[in-house]
Design a protein around this ligand. Structure first.
Ligand code: APR
Ligand code: PHB
Length: 394
């Protein structure tokens, strides 16, 4: 078994783990990243691509991404389209004076891996048999295997950035951990299409279900429809997808859509989950490892970025100035933003989707919610602030 010593061991090389690792490495804090998958698999993942103003500002200032201005597209906000009712702009620019940005998570992951190469980041890929011990002491131990052999890692802190299906959250003893969870009775089927996108990200509500038109680039579009949980991707050939999408979209939007063969198709069940606390002993959690939001609102990536930012500050203060106050407050600081984003994601999901088997009153209440929103500048401002995630930007 080969021995490795480091200051911070980071499990998971998604956005949370990579951003944290790079921020630490840039400040001379020694870290090692352990990733279960091969790089090509991580880079092939397709996820939401909407950055909040605070995330854009942070990514710019950090120097972590090089292509934001080349490939990113500033957005004033996103639209809601509603069957038989006027549409509505979630007008982030108007109500907050800031801009969102469309920047695919795939672009971001490529940027982060390129930076990691440039900085000589120590990244172990294809990690299996991960075993973490000693989290209650001062020197946690991590054992793992890669195709190159078995390793024993000594560190000061273990950071669980291993995503929604990772194992780090489970290292917090059950008696010390609380999980809050909702599993939604539907999923999103998403397709990628090599065709120009519609003008705005548009969330669509229709009596038959939700749909979304999203953008990736000048000739790359992403579309989604709400689907029942008992149907797999194979039940959704392209012609069924387009028929469903175009039926749910209002006619002016449908007229803008350039259809075409899908180059990727995937199904995502929707779930909300928050694990508290985000720290236990020498273990700290960040990103999807600690919280999962439904994609309505596109908060997952933004939360991963804000956790990584908070945690990097805390670790830099610890190693640079011997201060542990920011590590002590990390969980509470991160969770404030997590709950606001979880709440926004839940409210938008409930507003825009049709829940199978729901009592008939729910459709009328949803309609009432939307009409109140249409009529009230105050409600629109509040929605835009939460959508932009700026109420807790600090
Ligand atoms: N050992 C090592 N790596 C692991 C393990 C493990 N036991 N389990 C999971 N991983 C890796 C996964 O392969 C993945 O690359 O952890 C990484 C977690 O990355 P993400 O799932 O992207 O999570 P996170 O970095 O928190 O980013 C959250 O990105 O993927 C989206 O929808 C997600 O938008 C959200 C945001
Ligand atoms: C996407 O770009 O895929 C996307 C955008 C907004 C969302 C979810 C997904 O709310």
């Amino acid at each position: 078994m080969k021995n490795v010593t480091t200051q911070v061991a980071i499990v998971g090389a998604g956005p949370a783990g990579m951003i944290l690792a790079l921020l630490l490495q840039m400040r001379g804090i020694d870290c090692v990243v352990l990733e279960r998958r091969a790089r090509v698999d991580v880079l092939a993942r397709i996820r939401a691509g909407v950055l909040e103003p605070a995330a854009v500002q942070f990514l710019r200032e950090s120097g972590l991404v090089t292509r934001l201005d080349l490939l990113g597209r500033p957005r004033n906000g996103s639209r809601i389209a509603w069957q038989d009712r006027p549409g509505l702009m979630i007008d982030v620019k108007r109500w907050t004076g800031t801009e969102m940005m469309a920047y695919g998570q795939t672009f971001l992951t490529e940027d982060l891996y390129a930076q990691g190469d440039g900085l000589g980041l120590s990244l172990f890929e294809r990690v299996t048999d991960l075993d973490v011990t000693g989290l209650e002491g001062v020197r946690p131990q991590v054992e793992f295997r890669t195709p190159d052999g078995a390793f024993h890692l000594n560190c000061d802190y273990v950071i669980g950035c291993d995503g929604a299906r990772g194992q780090c959250a489970g290292l917090i003893p059950e008696a010390n951990r609380r999980t809050y969870e909702r599993v939604y009775p539907f999923g999103w089927l998403g397709i990628m299409v090599e065709a120009p996108p519609v003008d705005d990200f548009t969330y669509i509500h229709h009596v038959d279900g939700f749909a979304l038109a999203a953008q990736r680039g000048p000739n790359l579009s992403r579309y989604y429809v709400q689907t029942p949980l008992d149907e797999g991707v194979e039940a959704w050939p392209d012609d069924r997808f387009w028929k469903t999408f175009l039926h749910r979209a209002p006619s002016d939007l449908a007229a803008q859509v350039v259809t075409g063969p899908s180059i990727e198709k995937s199904l995502a069940p929707l779930r909300s989950r928050v694990i508290e606390p985000m720290r236990w002993g020498r273990l700290l959690l960040a990103g999807d490892a600690a919280h999962v939001v439904p994609p309505t609102g596109a908060k997952g990536l933004n939360l991963a970025i804000s956790d990584a930012r908070l945690l990097s500050r805390a670790l830099i203060a610890y190693y640079g100035e011997g201060r542990s106050d920011l590590l002590d407050s990390y969980s509470a600081d991160a969770l404030r933003r997590v709950w606001v984003a979880s709440n926004l994601s839940w409210r938008l999901t409930r507003l825009l989707h049709v829940f199978p088997g729901e009592p008939s009153i729910d459709a009328r209440l949803r309609q009432c919610d939307y009409e109140q929103l249409l009529e009230s500048d105050d409600l629109q401002r509040a929605l835009a602030r939460d959508y932009a995630g700026i109420s807790l930007s600090g």
